[in-house]
Design a protein around this ligand. Structure first.
Ligand SMILES: NC(=O)c1ccc[n+]([C@@H]2O[C@H](COP(=O)([O-])OP(=O)(O)OC[C@H]3O[C@@H](n4cnc5c(N)ncnc54)[C@H](O)[C@@H]3O)[C@@H](O)[C@H]2O)c1
Length: 367
């Protein structure tokens, strides 16, 4: 079984496979170094519902001793309580240092199961099997694991690289439309920061077709994006420099999600607005980027009307109160041009405000 490519980080190198069906994954070959008779399947509730039987068949090729833990759907599962419950489950079910954990689901399951695998006995073998578009191109790659705290999102966690990533694009057949859009925003982000040709591919897949499911270009698009993420992580595993470019649009997005208390707006929608605002800010600071390339995807998003009521001043205040802020001024990932990102501190409230207003005008238009 030949990997599509290897993710090479200072702490571990591991293969990433992209296949159209789980039947193509031979776990017994992949896991022979784990040599355990038991296997933990940590699976998202909806994925279990739609694909449970197929998953057990795949895992049955490795062992009959399968221990399954179902993660309730939703961000609230990334909590201390669920982490405790899951680590209790692993330990009560006889986890040993070589018992592999399959994390099967979107970013929520991957982050929670990854953090549990990282912490039980200081690390169990972990395989990510992402089932959302976002998890396939982003969250399963790079080793960030963690849970939320009442003080904020992702405040507890660790860097813990998996042993392998298995992407089965077949899972996307049951993914709700809203989740496709969440993934699309991160894909557009890769286009903006690294490879402008991705805009064109997204246009073919998402704007010209009535559905992206099974599109012949989809696998190639996922491969391209996963490779961009892998390359960035390889160069900066623990986000001390380059990895920051993956936060393009996110300074804006986080303040919007925070202000909306994570209701009425999804992460993907917030990232889209954030990328529009960040590109506008880049232009105000000297670039001349053709924004229509990004803005033409506006029609795919269905924003809640309440989002338009936010005021730039309040959102800027929320940006300053971000708990992960390390500098006195706000820090943004900006663009000199498409695919030419840089990081800059900025405290000019009037142009940040202009960027917010520009993005809100766009989402209130019917473009
Ligand atoms: N670790 C990282 O580097 C990283 C990067 C980006 C985001 N994240 C985290 O990822 C999380 C978001 O992940 P997500 O967008 O994948 O959301 P998610 O895991 O909540 O999944 C979204 C929804 O899709 C359902 N679902 C998943 N796969 C399905 C399938 N194949 N068919 C039908 N339904 C399916 C889930 O039950 C859920 O309702 C956030 O918590 C975010 O913080 C982590």
């Amino acid at each position: 079984m030949k990997a599509d490519f290897s993710v090479q980080t200072p702490s571990r190198n591991y293969p990433l496979f992209i296949r159209p069906s789980v039947k193509d994954f031979q776990l017994n070959k992949l896991l022979n170094s784990a040599s355990s008779e038991r296997l933990f399947i940590i699976v998202d509730q909806h994925v279990e519902q739609y694909h449970g039987e197929e998953i057990r068949k795949m895992a049955g090729g490795f062992t009959d001793d399968l221990r399954t833990y179902v993660v309730p759907s939703g961000e609230s599962s990334k909590s201390y309580e669920h982490w405790k419950d899951l680590t209790d489950f692993l330990l009560n079910n006889g986890a040993r240092r070589n018992t592999p954990v399959l994390a099967i689901g979107g970013g929520v399951t991957g982050d929670l199961a990854g953090f549990a695998a990282a912490t039980v006995m200081r690390g169990l073998p972990l395989i990510h099997i992402p089932t959302t578009l976002l998890a396939m191109v982003d969250s399963s790659i790079g080793g960030k694991t963690g849970i939320n705290h009442t003080m904020g999102k992702n405040l507890l966690g660790s860097f813990y690289q998996p042993d392998a990533i298995l992407i089965n694009t077949g899972y996307l057949s049951t993914l709700p439309r809203k989740e496709w859009i969440n993934g699309l925003s991160e894909i557009l982000k890769y286009a903006a920061i690294k490879d402008e040709s991705i805009f064109q591919t997204c246009e073919e897949i998402f704007l010209k077709e009535s559905t992206a499911v099974g599109h012949s270009l989809l696998e190639e698009l996922i491969r391209k994006c996963a490779k961009i993420k892998a390359d960035v992580v390889a160069a900066d595993e623990k986000e001390s420099g380059l990895r920051m470019i993956l936060n393009f649009g996110h300074t804006f997005a986080h303040s919007l999600e925070n202000s909306a208390e994570y209701k009425n707006i999804s992460h993907g929608e917030a990232v889209f607005i954030g990328m529009v605002a960040a590109t506008r800010l880049s232009n105000q600071l000297g670039a001349s980027i053709e924004m229509d390339v990004l803005e033409k995807f506006r029609g795919l998003y269905e924003f809640d009307p309440s989002i338009g009521a936010y005021q730039a001043d309040d959102l800027i205040r929320a940006m300053y109160s971000d708990k992960k802020r390390m500098t006195e001024n706000l820090k943004f990932v900006l663009l000199q041009d498409w695919a030419a990102p840089y990081v800059k501190e900025c405290s000019e409230t009037d142009i940040i405000s202009d960027a917010w207003n520009y993005a809100f005008d766009l989402i209130q238009s019917s473009k």
